[in-house]
Write a protein that binds this ligand. Sequence first.
Ligand SMILES: [Fe+2]
Ligand SMILES: [Fe+2]
Length: 177
Amino acid sequence: MPSEAFVAKLNEQIGHEFAAHQQYVAIAVHYDAETLPQLARFFYRQALEERDHAMMMIQYLIDADERAVVPGVVAPEVDFGDIVGPVALALGQEKRVSEQINALAGAARQEGDYSSEQFMQWFIKEQIEEIATMSDLLRVVERSQDQPMDIEDYLAREQLGEAGADPTAPRAAGAGG
Ligand SMILES: [Fe+2]
Ligand SMILES: [Fe+2]
């Protein structure tokens, strides 16, 4: 059974994941309005992943017979200067989330809550991938910021961040199965 401290922290993290979802939707909409469909597509997809993360955490609490709280979220940043800004913001966000996820695993371990510590392992691996993907994208947009179509071509070609189905992923609330 998850420790009380872990449950409180995980509920906070659900808020961070939903906030990340909103932020990525805001970035996607920004690029969509700028007619940069590949960048938009990338962030719409990232947004769905963040929602999934929140729903996986909710499912974990439901399964453990703990209270999952669906929170309100802080408003996302919606004003962006150039094509690089949103990606830099996204990378900063992923780094922050990685620290939060590590702290969650640490809290679980400290409480002797090994099932929760194990639950966090998938997210630790996921964060390593997300930081790698986002720093790749940042390099691409920095290099080609004056040629946005090069960025679009790159994304169309490389399918950055498009992982297939992951059978090791925790079950998400509402996803069936
Ligand atoms: Fe996430
Ligand atoms: Fe993420």
